[in-house]
Design a binder for this molecule. Sequence first.
Ligand SMILES: *[C@@H]1O[C@H](CO)[C@@H](O)[C@H](O)[C@H]1NC(C)=O
Ligand SMILES: *[C@@H]1O[C@H](CO)[C@@H](O)[C@H](O)[C@H]1NC(C)=O
Ligand SMILES: *[C@@H]1O[C@H](CO)[C@@H](O)[C@H](O)[C@H]1NC(C)=O
Ligand SMILES: *[C@@H]1O[C@H](CO)[C@@H](O)[C@H](O)[C@H]1NC(C)=O
Ligand SMILES: *[C@@H]1O[C@H](CO)[C@@H](O)[C@H](O)[C@H]1NC(C)=O
Ligand SMILES: *[C@@H]1O[C@H](CO)[C@@H](O)[C@H](O)[C@H]1NC(C)=O
Ligand SMILES: *[C@@H]1O[C@H](CO)[C@@H](O)[C@H](O)[C@H]1NC(C)=O
Length: 433
Amino acid sequence: MKETRFDLNPHRHNYLFLKVAVSCLLVGLAIGLLFADSFRSLTLLSVVHTPSPIIPQLSLPSFPSPPPHSLHFPSNCTQTSPNPKQEAVKCDLFVGDWVADPSGPMYTNDSCPVMDAHQNCMTNGRPDSGYLYWRWRPRGCELPKFSPNKFLHIMRNKSWAFIGDSISRNHVGSLLCILSQVEAGDEVYHDEEYRSKTWKFPSHNFTLSVIWSPLLMKADIFEDMNGVSSKDIELYLDTLDNKWTNQYKAFDYVVIAGGKWFLKTAIYHENSTVTGCHKCHGKNLTEVEFQHVYRKVLKKVFDFIAHSEHKAVVFFRTTAADHFEYGEWFNGGHCNRIVPFKEGQINLGYEDAIMRGIELEQFHKAHNEGAHNLKLLDTTGLSLLRPDGHPGPFCQFHPLPNATVQNDCLHWCLPGPIDSWNDLLLQMLTMQL
Ligand SMILES: *[C@@H]1O[C@H](CO)[C@@H](O)[C@H](O)[C@H]1NC(C)=O
Ligand SMILES: *[C@@H]1O[C@H](CO)[C@@H](O)[C@H](O)[C@H]1NC(C)=O
Ligand SMILES: *[C@@H]1O[C@H](CO)[C@@H](O)[C@H](O)[C@H]1NC(C)=O
Ligand SMILES: *[C@@H]1O[C@H](CO)[C@@H](O)[C@H](O)[C@H]1NC(C)=O
Ligand SMILES: *[C@@H]1O[C@H](CO)[C@@H](O)[C@H](O)[C@H]1NC(C)=O
Ligand SMILES: *[C@@H]1O[C@H](CO)[C@@H](O)[C@H](O)[C@H]1NC(C)=O
Ligand SMILES: *[C@@H]1O[C@H](CO)[C@@H](O)[C@H](O)[C@H]1NC(C)=O
């Protein structure tokens, strides 16, 4: 076995978080998974971990995080509508509870023809199914289940793009499965690595795209076919990624998100100069905290959206917390809970809390400065309550009984809690129409 490229010493965070977190590998088996951010399997990583039986775990998690940062949920949903004509009291869709839903998901592994294998927990042998029978209920109003007919009707002649990392692809995967119950999308484009794709829904003349732009800015990412980086990321903090900006004018609706990629080792450029780096020890460069960079990037992204003549409806999705427990992604962390948390049973991890803080701060700033086409899709809190919704070891077909498995406690099973993100999107669309 080759030497691992991952420094497992937690004091030297010189690792590539996402790639490994999602590669869900069986050590020793090189499986060319065509998924996620070129999350091909990393056969190099030894993880000492025996999968534990799936058992309910009701105790509080022992997340190895620094001081907990609570989510600061607003107290309740009694914010009145600024529009007096709208009599109904607007409800905060993101404050609520997961409640039992015997009706279950809108699709299964059998009825969705376009599911990514690594999110197909049913086919991959996940034995429990309780995680499928919950729905998000905002306090103070009802969140209707997604109606594919209604959505496609609104989307006639329209174009919608999801821009971000592999979580955005997970999100679009959920939408595709739900829509496929009425009309399946025809894939009309994919890039070389199958990271960016476009689908057409001919009977509604609807175009749906996912654009892989994990850092949203111009970036050089050096990954081989195994998803292993040969060099650090070069991130250009003064230039937005033209992969999405070039196409922006074509989109009527956009969901854009940042996230965990900003925790990776990277060298930062600005005005044609290297201005610093993050986690790149031994390079004699100024260490820059990720929060500084994330704030700058979101400001640039929101400035672009605010100043573009094209007024798409843009949903900014907040960061997706992971649920690795009893370790991190690289040393046997796993997620084997089978029921949701209740509010108060879990706090955001340190970095996730900082990230969401910056997201809210920059979003509200942009919104207050007039970017009213910008909407907040604040899924962080409600998703944090769903440790039971990740593939864990079931991001691969039938993990061998005692195999050493890299768990995926970041992406979501399909069907799964991420389907609720689409319920929320359609409800937000309906409320503003
Ligand atoms: C929030 O709403 C819930 C349910 O509607 C209610 O039980 C609770 O008392 C409310 N809390 C506040 C602070 O208004
Ligand atoms: C769906 O999952 C079930 C197990 O939950 C399995 O028996 C069935 O073969 C799967 N269907 C497909 C099409 O993979
Ligand atoms: C969609 O576009 C076609 C062609 O431009 C037009 O005839 C039709 O009325 C449009 N439909 C809607 C719902 O806008
Ligand atoms: C599809 O929608 C586009 C606008 O997004 C419109 O230009 C085109 O004419 C429509 N095509 C049909 C066949 O309705
Ligand atoms: C880059 O240039 C811009 C405009 O010329 C300036 O505002 C900014 O401070 C510069 N940034 C750095 C890091 O030098
Ligand atoms: C680090 O960089 C500074 C300024 O660029 C330079 O003066 C110094 O000699 C460098 N140190 C090493 C060990 O290369
Ligand atoms: C798997 O592990 C269990 C208990 O840890 C053990 O009883 C069993 O023999 C192991 N099976 C194989 C195939 O190694």
